[in-house]
Design a protein around this ligand. Structure first.
Ligand SMILES: Cc1cc2nc3c(=O)[nH]c(=O)nc-3n(C[C@H](O)[C@H](O)[C@H](O)COP(=O)(O)O)c2cc1C
Length: 175
């Protein structure tokens, strides 16, 4: 069985979570972890499970404007943030617009600041809605993985992401 984890990431945190989810899925699935700019729609024809995740920007999925603002923060003198390849060019929102109707199982995740979701918003909710609108059946509730205000992953989140992937794979094995 094949699975794809498609992610968007400005500073690498969501990529690290996507890779950990891929590791969790791997005993069960042949997994490709793909950044959104490289995720050709044809890839989706080949997978039984699609996982999509991105950073929470302005309470939801990024927009061109928020990605530019993220890039500007990384370029400030003294910033420790490094931009991921083609991070500014394409986000999940634009990618979803390029997809036609689909069938299959999918799940959504995001990264967001470690604070109550009422204050931070959760991109994963919007991602899950887009997946459903395309025709996917959700295999899990949208999940958030947390970063600090300094844009580093909270301790234990990589392990939690791997466990989330493994749980998802074992749930689907029994379906
Ligand atoms: C322009 C911008 C807007 C953001 N807005 C939010 C927000 O509304 N809620 C939140 O929890 N985090 C927000 N963040 C923090 C991001 O969620 C965080 O940078 C991201 O999870 C890090 O993932 P990445 O390293 O993969 O880009 C924002 C970050 C940027 C750059």
């Amino acid at each position: 069985m094949r699975a794809a984890v498609v992610y968007e990431s400005m500073y690498g945190n969501t990529r690290a979570i996507a890779e950990a989810i891929g590791t969790g899925l791997r005993p069960t699935y042949d997994v490709s972890v793909i950044r959104v700019g490289q995720a050709r729609p044809a890839i989706l024809e080949e997978v039984e499970l699609l996982i999509v995740g991105g950073p929470t920007h302005a309470w939801s999925m990024s927009r061109a404007r928020t990605r530019q603002s993220a890039a500007a923060s990384a370029e400030k003198p003294g910033s420790r943030l490094a931009l991921e390849p083609d991070a500014i060019d394409v986000g999940l929102r634009e990618w979803f617009e390029s997809l036609g109707r689909r069938f299959g199982r999918a799940a959504a995740f995001d990264t967001r600041i470690d604070a109550p979701p009422m204050l931070t918003g959760r991109a994963s909710k919007a991602i899950a809605r887009r997946l459903q609108r395309l025709g996917y059946e959700l295999a899990a509730r949208p999940e958030s993985f947390l970063v600090t205000k300094r844009n580093t992953l909270v301790a234990g989140e990589v392990e939690r992401a791997q466990a989330w992937g493994a749980r998802l794979a074992s749930t689907l094995r029994t379906v």
